[in-house]
Design a protein around this ligand. Sequence first.
Ligand code: ASP
Length: 440
Amino acid sequence: MIKTAKFGGSSLSDAGQFQKVAAIVKADAERRFIVVSAPGKRFSTDDKITDLLYRTAALARERQDFSAPFSLIRDRYLSIERELGLAAAHMGPALDEIEAALRTGQATADFVASRGEYLCARLMGAYLGVPMVDAAELVRFDENGAVDFSATARCCERLKGLDRVVIPGFYGAMPDGSVRTFSRGGSDITGSIIARAVEANVYENWTDVDGFMMADPRIVPEARVMHAVSYEELRELSYMGASVLHEDSIFPVRQARIPIQVRNTNRPEGGGTWIVNEGTLMKEHRQGLLAGIAGRRGFTMITLTKENLHKEVGFGYNLLKILDRHGISFESMPCGIDNLTVILNDADIRGKMDLLYHEIRTELKPDTVEIASSIALIATVGRGMARTVGVAARLFTALSEAGISSRIIDQSPKEMNLIVGVDQRDFEGAVRAIYRAFCE
Ligand code: ASP
């Protein structure tokens, strides 16, 4: 077995966290490809190294004094180096080099930001006593800034002969050799790309939570960790607000059918959450019908009624044309015989509602137009729901027992996702009611 293990910023925030990571890595000889983020926060008001680097880069570009943020960066690396006795990592000279590049005013923001993971990987390599390979030599972008998977695979060939290696996350190189970073949180993507390039059997993503929760624990304190979730389910849940891995980190491993395991550096004995392909999701992986529940506030529902609407050719098309004209996409569009509802994101229609209303009235000539704002959408997701009798009944009984009326219902034809819209003030109560109906 080959494992790629990526550790996030909170797993590397100080010397104590480095010790935990090293213990995890050493506990399993199969953990050969170690990808690291830059040190994150040690406590809630602390700075993330990457934020400090961006601040430093911006000041340096404007030829302003960047010593305040840069000394915080320096202190953090030097203290980890000192506390772990890693003089051989030569953090001092490496930091001096970065400072010199900043002084020229020419260092790009991407280059400066990438130094967070670069220095961290050097430290971790020294601590584990294994080589560090610069991500600029492994992860390659094409001219347009998209990952060049074949060039990356070729560059990663050299990794295959190594027993263990540390690789900085978050960046790679453009064809001209300049450093380019991914978007924030992008070390997840590096881990995924490396896992694919070395043909790993598992991509472990080590973070500071026990895995994905079946519901937001701020709303459902007793929410359980998902044992397993399919890529498809995860996509539905993350779209509806569950915060998960970096979105772009899924594709490389999903395509190569490599499962991801999300685990907690601070509680490595926990089983974490498996993210697997639909076909691999075994019955025994799943406790109950649901993968999880997620939701978002901030929607507006426009309901149009018109007699015999279902027979009027082009009604829906003309509505979408109006939305298109204003550059608005829709979330969902359930319809009945004489009515059609479109659900829109508040952020997309801000300042445009009066005009929209006017155009809908004059161009579509509906009998009535009803606008309901402050709607929350809640997605109940799980492929076990498909073809299971009584799922909807259970859900709506739970809502009605909680005194919550659903304003709209939408079920995808694959029956993997049942969306209900409720008044925003009922959002949390509805999530709790659904969770308890299915998971207790
Ligand atoms: N250090 C980068 C960030 O803070 C990338 C990462 O941590 O994944 O966004």
